[in-house]
Design a binder for this molecule. Structure first.
Ligand SMILES: [Zn+2]
Length: 321
């Protein structure tokens, strides 16, 4: 098979956000994952800088009065508490850039088979309210932007973050162009769930084999009933056993197997895929980044069969559990 040069979409702005000390959000992980990829041989021509979205583009997905409140910081305290970030211009620019990155990844996937965005997965943002570190829903925005260009595409959003993709599900509830699938912790945030086209809630303590069974079940439905033209994949690593918010028992190898399963499925069925790194919450950033790096390893394995140099580089013992 021919070598695919996998586009990596990244901006240093992703890790540039001032947060209160001990804030739960691991803002450094984006830069650290970028550094990991550079150390492991990512080529200069793989890196793509995202284009920052305009508020007019965001208005294709979110309600204009909500956008106005975001821009002017005109929220009740409780509304900001639900989002979980302190307001700043930096936060707005970061959100617009990150959403632009997901839109760019989805667009690029059409021509390059795969694209990976080193941010994204802000799936708790609804049409007119934000929640759980999510101001605007990059997944939904990316779909809407692509559909403006190609109105007849069928898109599947495959969300394997441990938290349900409630915002994405509610935004596309009555939109047959986008199939939403969420595999998530049944008793985890958000405690009031939306209805996706396909929800697979799993119990606390879910292990590798039951997780992979559920994933394969979901992929079978995607293959037989949905037949998407493109997949937007949220590869959140908060399913990992050491995640502080996850409550699943998925090993590091289990994470790798999940990403291998999804990407192999896409390649075998010739479906372009854009992946975002999604959630992941550990104070131990090195371990957290190793979790996210499994997506890059899997992408190299599935899409660069003839590239032995990269294969050996990504097989270093650092990646073992
Ligand atoms: Zn999550």
């Amino acid at each position: 098979m021919t070598k695919v040069n996998i586009p990596f979409i990244y901006s240093p702005i992703y890790s540039q956000l001032e947060l209160p000390e001990r804030h739960r959000y691991p803002i450094e992980k984006y830069r650290l994952l970028h550094d990991w990829a550079v150390r492991r041989g990512a080529q200069k021509d793989q890196w793509q800088r995202p284009v920052t979205l305009t508020w007019e583009q965001v208005a294709q997905t979110h309600c204009s009065s909500y956008i106005e409140k975001l821009k002017t910081n005109n929220f009740e305290k409780a509304e900001w508490r639900r989002i979980g970030f302190p307001w700043s211009e930096q936060l707005l620019t970061r959100s617009l850039t990150s959403a632009g990155g997901t839109a760019q990844a989805l667009q690029m996937a059409l021509s390059s088979s795969i694209a990976i965005h080193f941010s994204g997965g802000y799936h708790h943002a609804h049409h007119d309210w934000g929640s759980g570190f999510c101001l605007i829903n990059d997944l939904a925005i990316a779909c809407h932007q692509l559909l403006l260009q190609y109105p007849h595409l069928k898109i599947a959003v495959l969300d394997t973050d441990v938290h349900q993709g409630d915002g994405t599900a509610s935004i596309f509830q009555n939109d047959p162009r986008v199939f939403t699938c969420s595999i998530h912790g049944e008793k985890n945030f958000p405690f009031s769930k939306s209805i996706s086209d396909l929800d697979i809630p799993l119990p606390k303590g879910t292990d590798d084999s039951s997780y992979l069974n559920a994933l394969n079940q979901a992929l079978k439905i995607v293959e037989s009933d949905v037949k998407p033209d493109v997949i937007l994949y949220d590869a959140g690593v908060d399913i990992y056993t050491k995640d502080e918010l996850g409550h699943f028992h998925i090993s590091l190898n289990g994470l790798f197997q999940r990403d291998m399963t999804v990407l192999s499925f896409c390649r075998q069925n010739d479906i372009p895929v854009a992946a975002v790194i999604g959630g992941g919450y550990q104070r131990n950033l090195e371990r957290l980044v190793r979790g996210h790096a499994q997506l890059l390893r899997a992408a190299y394995y599935v899409y660069t069969e003839n590239n032995f140099e990269l294969r050996s580089v990504v097989r270093s013992s650092e990646d073992e559990v």
